[in-house]
Design a protein around this ligand. Sequence first.
Ligand code: PLP
Length: 372
Amino acid sequence: MIPILDLQKQYEEIKQEVEKEVLAVLSSGRYILGENVKKLEKNFAEYIEVKNAIGLASGTDALHIALRALDIGPGDEVLTVSFTFIATVEAISYVGAKPVFADINPDTFNFDITELERKITPKTKAIIPVHLYGQPVDMDPIVEIAKKYNLYIIEDCAQSVGASYKGSKTGTFGDVGCFSFFPTKNLGAAGDGGIVTTNSDYIAERIISLRNHGSHTRYYHTEVGLNSRLDEIQAAVLNVKLPHIDRWNIRRKKAAYLYNELLREVKDIITPTEMDDTECVYHQYTVKVPQRDKIHEILKENGVMSMIYYPVPVHLQEAYRNLGLHEGYLPNTENITKNVLSLPIFPEITEEQQKKVANELIKAVNQVACLK
Ligand SMILES: Cc1ncc(COP(=O)(O)O)c(C=O)c1O
């Protein structure tokens, strides 16, 4: 079976160093907010080219705490996409604000800008663009709209460590950038973890306090916060991995281009669109195919794992039934969720594996075409 990603293979490459660093944490007796977290925050900020980075317990917490730090809450609306992992939207719900969805451009999977502006009301406080699949959102028009209507921007960079737009990395365009270190991410920890980036010292200070029970001084609390600290073991693993990220991202991109080449001739397979002036990190390599579910099944039967990110848009999830939104509300989003299929991609994938994936996919597409 060709896996969708192979974490063990990556671990083999860095095993010695990771084990040395993790064991050093274990014997140090300092497990929370120590030197490893400090080092990661400094190096991550330098890598993204932003003033501050603050380690947190997860990407979901990063989004939640970012909204808290910007004082967004009940009565406010936050604009985002419905074609994302539910965490983007859950964060809005956690602070008591209302998620409002704009439809997407079916080629880039990101905001349809006209739709976005149409959905702004006097209650709108922030926009959350999601750099889905590692493909940077076209940020210029979003920054312009945010300025025009005086809105905050919180970037969901959970899938885009190292991706850039017009020469700047994702996580530098908004008031806050929110990253996830969930193990399957392109920079993954050995458990949960996340980080926020911001150029604002004020926002950074609020987040440092919010992650630690609303406290800067032990047992003195200026507001009700959370317990959301990145732990030392995760930071130690990430400190080993961070210097490799560019090389790993380049390998992902090379693999993506090989898939483009192998699948180019097949008209029923639509390969990803890359926008000009962007560096996509191919957290996922996602094609569009007809009869997606059937193809997904056939691939599995023939030894190729594929994944559907995401089969149901957030506005149609049972958890969001209370919003009263029905099929037809976001036509592009709803169509896309029926066609997308992500293929195996990871830095260590071999050309042989990719050729097998492409061959099986082409065979499956032809097979379903005959069944029509
Ligand atoms: C787009 C997106 N946003 C947010 C998250 C939440 O990150 P985490 O799993 O670290 O909480 C994820 C990943 O799971 C994600 O893919």
